[in-house]
Ligand binder design. Structure first.
Ligand code: 5RP
Length: 223
C-alpha cells in the first residue's frame, strides 16, 4: 500500500466518525496538508448536509469552497465540536509535531477552540520520541535571527525556511536536533521567546483520537 492509500484510508475512517456525530448545526474544523485534503474530498459527498467549516489555511479554505462547502471565520462561530487534521509526527500520548505545511498557528487555534481533535496520519508518523521531524516555529519576520539565537541556547539548530511566508505574513524556522523528551516543557519554553508566534508542538493540546493508517488496516488510538 502506498502512503497515499494509507492517507486515503484514514481520511475515510475520520469521515465515517464525523458523519456518525453530525448534527444540523455542526461546524467542523478542517486542517491542512495532503491527508486533510483527502478528508476534504470525502466531505464533498455530504456538502449539502454540512452547516459549515472553519479552515486552518487559505489553501484548505479554497479546496472546501471548490467542494461547495461553506467556510466560516472562527470568530463567527462558537466552540467547534470536532477538528480533523494530519500531523508530521505523533507519539503514543497523541502529542504532535505539526507545521510542515506552515499552517501551525491557525491549526493550533482551531485545535484549542474544538471539543475534540481527531488526528489522521499514516504509520510513518508514529514515533517513540518527538523531534526527528524538525520542529516548525512561526516567527515575526524582524525577530527571526533573535529567536534563532535563543533556540540555539535550548539545544536546537534552527534553519530558516526559504521562500515561505505564512498565511499570517510571518516566517518559519525549522528546528533540527531537538530530542523532545518533555514536549509540554519545550512547547512552553519556545513560546516564551519574544517574537515567536507559535511553535508546532501540540503537547498542551494534543489530539484526542488518532486514526493511524497501517498496512494491516486503520488503527484507532485514544488519548
Ligand atoms: C500543516 C500540517 C500538516 O498536518 C502536516 O504537515 C502533515 O501533512 P501531510 O498530511 O501532508 O503529511 O501540520 O501545517
Amino acid at each position: 500500500m502506498s502512503k497515499d492509500d494509507l492517507k486515503r484510508a484514514v481520511a475515510r475512517a475520520a469521515f465515517k466518525y464525523v458523519e456518525s456525530k453530525l448534527e444540523d448545526d455542526t461546524v467542523i474544523g478542517i486542517g491542512t496538508g495532503s491527508t486533510a485534503n483527502f478528508f476534504i474530498e470525502e466531505l464533498r459527498a455530504i456538502a449539502h448536509r454540512l452547516n459549515g467549516t472553519v479552515a486552518s489555511s487559505e489553501e484548505s479554505a479554497r479546496r472546501l469552497k471548490e467542494c461547495s462547502i461553506p467556510v466560516f471565520d472562527l470568530n463567527s462561530v462558537g466552540t467547534l465540536e470536532i477538528y480533523v487534521d494530519g500531523a508530521d509526527e505523533c507519539n503514543e500520548h497523541l502529542q504532535l509535531i505539526k507545521g510542515g505545511g506552515a499552517a501551525l498557528t491557525r491549526e493550533k487555534i482551531i485545535a484549542v477552540a474544538s471539543k475534540e481533535f481527531v488526528c489522521i496520519a499514516d504509520e510513518s508518523k508514529l514515533v517513540p520520541v518527538l523531534g526527528q521531524f524538525p520542529l516548525p516555529v512561526e516567527v515575526i519576520p524582524m525577530a527571526r535571527s533573535y529567536v534563532g539565537r535563543q533556540i540555539v541556547k535550548l539545544g536546537g539548530d534552527p534553519v530558516y525556511r526559504e521562500n515561505c511566508v505564512t498565511d499570517n505574513g510571518n516566517h518559519i524556522l525549522d528546528v533540527f536536533n531537538l530530542e523532545i523528551l518533555e514536549p509540554r516543557k519545550i512547547e512552553s519554553e519556545i513560546n516564551q521567546i519574544t517574537g515567536v508566534v507559535t511553535n508546532g508542538l501540540f503537547a498542551e493540546r494534543g489530539a484526542n483520537r488518532l486514526f493511524l493508517g497501517t498496512s494491516t488496516g486503520v488503527k484507532t488510538m485514544e488519548a
